[in-house]
Every structure is written in structure tokens, then in C-alpha cells.
Design a protein around this ligand. Structure first.
Ligand code: PLP
Length: 281
């Protein structure tokens, strides 16, 4: 397998990571996950833009132009012969003697790799269960930071309780999932948390909002409460790997009739049309 390591594509066994890499010691870095459909990077430009924005927000400078970076990711996918899968890529502030403050004259460390992944078609057809969990993360969730402890703890709790995902809430307000964005549909209107510092503005979310606009579906980007979430006609989550994923139960409450809703199905199909694959059932 080929790995992207600081601007070069190398064999996996040639990858060297320092014990003092700040990603390893502080989670001092950011990352992206980009979906590959039939050998093509889906919404690559948007993911690459967000990678540069996240890096800038924590004052890391990506040492290549976006075009060069895009080409590296494309070459990596090609060299690993990835048909359907994903690219994971991260940048850390670099390796230096352990001190909280930024090191001086240290180069950032970029590592990327690919993986084959199937689309979660069965879950997409049946829908998944999610559970409400308090959002105890920091206040810069707009940054796709390597610090994922809040997300990891929430996902693990959901998983141990038999749920596919955590519906995070700050007090009464539903924010997003542990690794996804959340949406409710009531009386034909789609509700989702606005893209503030409290959520990651998902690339899948942006595609979905574009589809809604195209279809003339009204979207209200305003916070909704836990109680409102339980009373939605339909509910779904989205992410690069789960696409438009119906949520049919939240914390033991059935949403709608417990099967994926009509509008959710329509959005799934429109999303699929965008990735130029066949239609689900
Ligand atoms: N919110 C969080 C916290 C995430 O980790 C992710 C990524 O998986 C998302 C939302 C969805 O973002 P995207 O659609 O860009 O994958």
C-alpha cells in the first residue's frame, strides 16, 4: 500500500512518525476524509478547501498549493487502485520537544492513506437508531480537529447502548452527531443546526442543502430542541461515509412509522444521482 508522507508517495513500511509528533501528543492537527466513488474523489474541492480552512484556523500552514495537494490525493487513489473507498489525510503541527506552545522552525507533518469501503446500503435502506447524548465538546466544532475525545466518548456510549450514532445536544439544543450532521423534517420543512462554531459544516450537508434548494424544499437552518427532534415526521443524519442516512428511532422513541420517510428517500436518491450510481431499491 502507498502512503502520502510529506508531499511524497512512499511505501507504508517507509512511513516514519516521531514519538514527539504533536498530533500524537496533543491532537495538534486537523484532518479530512474524502469519499472515492468509482475511482473519483467526490467533492474533492470542497474537502480540500475545508482542510486548508481548518489548518488556518489553528495556524498551521499547509506547505503546498491546493492544486498540488489535490493531485497528490488523486495519485494516491490511483496508485492504490481504489475503486470505492476513502482517503484519510491529516496534518499536524510537526514533531518537537514536548511543550504546549507552538515550536519554532518546525515543519508540519502530512500523512494520507486510502482504504476500500462499501456504501452502507442495508443501513441506508432500513434506517438506523440513534440516541441523545450531551455534547460536552469544546466551542470550535467548526474545525475538523484531530482532538476527537468528545466525539469518541459519545460514539462509544451510543454503540454500547446498541445505537448507530449519538445525537449530540448542548442543553436543550440538538447540535450534530458524533461524526455526522443531523436533520429533522416536520410538515415538509427540513430543520438543521446552522453552520456555527458548534457544528462541523459537513460537505455532505452542503450537498444536501443544495439538493433541497434544487427541489424547492424549504430548509430552516435554526437550532431545534431534543423534544422537537423526537416529534419530527422524519429524521436523518449525513456524513461522507453514511451519505443520507435515515434515523428511525431516537432514544427509544420511534420517528414517524419507524421506517425511512418519503422525503428522506427522495434526498437519498437525489444524492445518489449526484454520485452517478444506481438507484437504491
Ligand atoms: N460532524 C462531525 C463531528 C463529523 O466528524 C463529520 C464527519 O464525518 C460530519 C459532521 C460530517 O461531515 P462530512 O459530510 O463533511 O463528512
Amino acid at each position: 500500500e502507498w502512503i502520502l508522507s510529506n508531499g511524497e508517495i512512499v511505501k507504508e513500511q517507509d512511513l516514519e512518525i516521531s514519538k514527539e509528533d504533536r498530533g500524537y501528543q496533543f491532537g495538534d492537527g486537523i484532518y479530512e476524509v474524502i469519499r472515492v466513488y468509482e475511482g473519483d474523489l467526490f467533492t474533492a474541492t470542497e474537502h480540500i478547501d475545508r482542510f486548508y480552512q481548518s489548518a488556518e484556523k489553528i495556524r498551521i500552514t499547509v506547505p503546498y498549493t491546493k492544486d498540488v495537494f489535490h493531485k497528490m490525493l488523486h495519485d494516491l487513489v490511483e496508485m492504490n487502485s481504489i475503486d470505492n473507498g476513502q482517503v484519510y489525510v491529516q496534518i499536524t503541527r510537526g514533531a518537537a520537544e514536548r511543550n504546549h506552545q507552538f515550536p519554532v522552525n518546525v515543519e508540519p507533518v502530512v500523512v494520507g492513506y486510502t482504504k476500500s469501503v462499501e456504501r452502507p446500503v442495508a443501513f441506508m435502506e432500513q434506517g438506523v437508531k440513534a440516541t441523545l447524548i450531551e455534547d460536552v465538546r469544546w466551542l470550535r466544532c467548526d474545525i475538523k480537529s484531530l482532538n476527537l475525545l468528545g466525539n469518541v466518548m459519545a460514539k462509544q456510549q451510543a454503540y454500547e447502548e446498541g445505537y448507530f450514532e449519538a445525537v449530540l445536544h448542548r442543553g436543550d439544543t440538538v447540535t450534530e452527531g458524533s461524526s455526522s450532521n443531523m436533520y429533522g423534517i416536520k410538515d415538509g420543512v427540513v430543520y438543521t443546526h446552522p453552520a456555527t462554531n458548534l457544528i462541523l459544516n459537513g460537505i455532505t450537508r452542503r450537498v444536501i442543502l443544495e439538493i433541497c434548494e434544487e427541489f424547492g424544499i424549504k430548509v430552516v437552518e435554526e437550532p431545534f430542541t431534543k423534544q422537537q427532534a423526537l416529534e419530527m415526521d422524519e429524521f436523518f443524519m449525513s456524513s461522507t461515509t453514511t451519505e443520507v442516512m435515515p434515523v428511525v428511532e431516537i432514544s427509544g422513541h420511534t420517528i414517524g412509522n419507524g421506517t425511512p420517510g418519503k422525503m428522506t428517500r427522495k434526498l437519498q436518491q437525489a444524492f445518489e444521482a449526484r454520485i452517478k450510481l444506481g438507484v437504491i431499491s
